[in-house]
Design a protein around this ligand. Sequence first.
Ligand code: SF4
Length: 356
Amino acid sequence: MTATAEQFTTTMGEASQAGDVVLDVDDLSIAFPTEEGLVRAVSNLTYQARLGRTLAIVGESGSGKSVSSMAVLGLHNPKRTQITGSIKLDGQELVGASQATFQKLRSTTAAMVFQDPQSSLHPFHKVGRQIAEAYRAHHSVSKAVAQKRAVEMLDLVGIPTPARRALQFPHEFSGGMRQRAMIALGLVNDPKLLIADEPTTALDVTVQAQILDLINDMQKEFGSAVILITHDLAVVAETADDILVMYAGRGVEKGDAKEVLSQPSHPYTHGLLQSIPSASDDATAELKAIRGAPPSLLNLPSGCSFHPRCDFQKLVGAACIDTLPEWRPTPGLTGRELRCHLEDPVATLQNDEGAK
Ligand code: SF4
């Protein structure tokens, strides 16, 4: 790499420091009215993203992880979406904000990298031009200066011969290179928040690791907050500082990513971890999938939404079916929170491990 973030004009305020909250989501609910009824995609979600840290939002498909992040960038059709609660990005309230506000925020304060960069890069425009135009949309500079900035960004994200590559079209790039270009496009205006939605799902394993390393490197370089949306716990272990586990539109467990993965306290997190192979597992050992399927968001189960699939519900009884568990500190674990009625969840799950 020949260029560094310091060489570029930054939009990050001097008062901003690593650890500062840049995104504050509070009691966020998102629903879509349909002919079949109200689809409750996100319910009462609360979390924060901090500068210099990567927050992984994890869950099965339909857990609300992408829907909630799209709301941060104003990507839902306001006529077809009911959004309540609060989303504060860099102190600015976004629930009810105008499209003009979102347009200004997108790519200056927050940017998103999608699973399929082909859907975000314009197929008929050269890659360098797309990055240069995104830069010029927020900076009064000449085309030549913006093109130089685009080449520097391509260099920064590890694209060889960036000046030549800047003059190519997206279809001339490999999948991994397109994802790198997408990250360059996302970071060109030095946003405080980068949301990466399943950024490696479409890539082969070797390229996946390179892209995750790149996101880590870029986060250090730019000092931004990163939200990594994924269903892949191996990706979380590699990349994230903090984790929020979601189930059926609600957060169920949060805390330090490595601690949650090594010692889960919510039965759903425990189930997710049991369903993937670990490095220490016997290759012949059977993986244990969570029984049943996620519920319909049109008709969420009463009480704890996970109760129809939970092996521990019988230890608690009717409370799981009648009463939605509130967030509470995880007993015995500092800095951890969960939503579950189990009296001593950590010991209960550890005993289950031992019983295998
Ligand atoms: Fe299982 Fe009950 Fe905890 Fe929900 S509240 S995860 S059903 S034990």
